[in-house]
Design a protein around this ligand. Sequence first.
Ligand code: HEC
Ligand code: HEC
Ligand code: HEC
Ligand code: HEC
Ligand code: HEC
Length: 172
Amino acid sequence: MNRSRLLVSLFILIIVIISGGVILSRAQVLAKPEQPIAFNHQTHVEVGVQCLFCHTSALRSPIAGIPSVQTCMGCHEQIATDNPVVQQVAGYWERQEPIPWVRVNSQPDFVYFDHKPHIGAGLNCESCHGNVSTMDVVRPVVKMDMGWCLNCHLEQPQERIARLTDCLTCHK
Ligand code: HEC
Ligand code: HEC
Ligand code: HEC
Ligand code: HEC
Ligand code: HEC
């Protein structure tokens, strides 16, 4: 093999490795995680439970919050008690253990995100999390990187843009 063909092969190999890495890391970012309990959003939204009934804190704090086992048992002491997954939930309740839910969306520590101003500005959950009401397992629908935040902040009224694009608004 002559030198230029070797270089071309090397070049192709490097491209393959890099794009493989990018595809893998994207797949990881957008994969649905394994949860300790097979909790189904669609079932609950269909029977009429509102997002904010379970994620109450989204209205008034940075975090939306995951409901406690006590909240689940508020219904499941009576409802679907013979369902094996509901019985697993009751097991956590009897042992007084929290369910170790795995985070789906998470920002690095150096990013400041707050649900409250977003809900206050009239955005709904779907504008960032997609149509959770039809998901059996919640998965991320977009890569929540800096470009994603900034794109939406740049669409806000002119007088708000300076603040919404200030580095210190998101990096405190
Ligand atoms: C009956 C309670 C309940 C209701 C109603 C509910 N959720 Fe959830 N939600 C949970 C639980 C429990 C989890 C954690 C397990 C999981 O990720 O599936 C969760 C997780 C999530 C997550 C992922 C959190 C993370 O780790 O990033 C999002 C986003 C979410 N819910 C949005 C919604 C939206 C939007 C609605 C309304 C359409 C809704 N939820 C209704 C209980 C509920
Ligand atoms: C406001 C009442 C309510 C709350 C709170 C609630 N559920 Fe349910 N859940 C229901 C109803 C209604 C059903 C549907 C029962 C049926 O189809 O027979 C259901 C069904 C289920 C099922 C059966 C499988 C399925 O999804 O169809 C599981 C498992 C379950 N819930 C887990 C949970 C967990 C875990 C929590 C707490 C994070 C929770 N539920 C909170 C009302 C509730
Ligand atoms: C402007 C975009 C946006 C909107 C609107 C939004 N979220 Fe989120 N949500 C995020 C981001 C970004 C994260 C990751 C935050 C982090 O890791 O600090 C997140 C994380 C979460 C989490 C897991 C961590 C936590 O805060 O408890 C839940 C649950 C959640 N969102 C539910 C909801 C619900 C329910 C609504 C509607 C009431 C909603 N979100 C509206 C962007 C949004
Ligand atoms: C879909 C649109 C949208 C997305 C995506 C979005 N934001 Fe926002 N953000 C808004 C709106 C609207 C406001 C409220 C502006 C106002 O109060 O006028 C806001 C306000 C904020 C504030 C409060 C600013 C203040 O006034 O102090 C912070 C912090 C913030 N966003 C961080 C983020 C971060 C971090 C992300 C990405 C992880 C993000 N946002 C993604 C629309 C968005
Ligand atoms: C609207 C919110 C927002 C604003 C404004 C913002 N950032 Fe970010 N930034 C993020 C988020 C979210 C991440 C993490 C996700 C990512 O790496 O894209 C991030 C990541 C970063 C990183 C790490 C990148 C990496 O690859 O690890 C740097 C450096 C950074 N931002 C600098 C800045 C500077 C400088 C400014 C001001 C010119 C700024 N940011 C303004 C949201 C924001």
